[in-house]
Design a protein around this ligand. Sequence first.
Ligand code: NAP
Length: 357
Amino acid sequence: MATPEGTAAYAAAFPQFASAGHFRKLRFGAPLTVSSLGLGTYLGEADDATDAGYAAALAAALAGGINLLDTAINYRDQRSERVIGRALRAAAVPRAQVVVCSKAGYVPGGELENYLRVGLIRPGELAAGMHCMAPVYLAHQLQRSLENLGLAALDVYYVHNPETQQAELSREEFYRRLRAAFELLEKQVAQGRIGAYGIATWSGLRVPPDANDYLDLNRMVALARELAGDGHHFRFVQVPYNLAMPEAYTLLNQTVEKPPFVSTLNAAFRLGLNVVASASLMNGRLQMLPEEARTHVQQFLPPAAGDAELALQFVRSTAGVTAALVGMAQAAHVAQNLRAAAVAPAPPAQLARLLQS
Ligand SMILES: NC(=O)c1ccc[n+]([C@@H]2O[C@H](COP(=O)([O-])OP(=O)(O)OC[C@H]3O[C@@H](n4cnc5c(N)ncnc54)[C@H](OP(=O)(O)O)[C@@H]3O)[C@@H](O)[C@H]2O)c1
């Protein structure tokens, strides 16, 4: 796994980012140090050409100042996990310096029939025809992910889009299933196969509390505490957050212990959760901003050479966001995005003014 000493040594090797707030400490246990940009591996075809692009981007990222890697077993039919595994073996960077994260929930392409046939997934556990978070299934997927990555342990393991289940179940049944998943994940921590766990979400944290896919962070932390006390390992939340999807900051939809409602970022901070932003470029659509939007946001953010950099500066400047995940299958995009990481983030008050404007 990544270690506090290893990740701190990684950060120390990049003094050019020291004054730009690029390396941050995770809020949990003996803290790991992670880069404010993480490399995501969701998009792209499941083919050799895309693998080659990711391999080059991963090498550039690890050599250039990015030590947070994000994937999921279903991304590109398991090829994203495998390309990360190869990149880690090829890189000069030791395992202890890199924070590796994956997710389980969505059945990887081509596997569903087989999983149902052998009873790994029982039909009642499947949501939307493609999602399962039953403990036996998660344990199997974790083992498969470790094999794909060629690792003995992952640093962060997410339940992938649990709202896919929530949308089809009563709240009671959903939290019963989530509790069983967390119980399994606490056991995996105890066995040294994961460092911590969390939820990676798409809609669940960006909707009002009465929505049928709404996810309640306070309730989840209470489940983890029930299972493992204050030293529980439910410590990560992944939420889409970008210039066009600012709900994690703007929507007051979470409570901590009791009302009033506060934002996801506020609640996560108070509940001891690290927030990792996903889709920082809105799945690549913020690389070219409309002229009017660019002119507007430029008033509030540090100077940036291009729109993608401006959009990333927004995410990594937001208080409560530890890291901005960016999908990068081109080494040139890694180099370009690292330019944003070398510039100090916008002050919180300026960010607040942008979000209120
Ligand atoms: N629910 C979830 O759990 C969830 C959902 C969404 C995303 N995520 C995670 O978050 C990561 C990031 O989200 P995402 O990949 O969906 O979208 P994204 O980061 O918003 O956008 C990625 C796209 O932007 C392009 N790009 C990157 N840097 C650029 C630059 N400087 N100029 C122009 N284009 C640039 C990439 O191109 P190239 O690939 O060609 O470099 C890719 O097409 C994912 O990879 C995944 O790890 C998780």
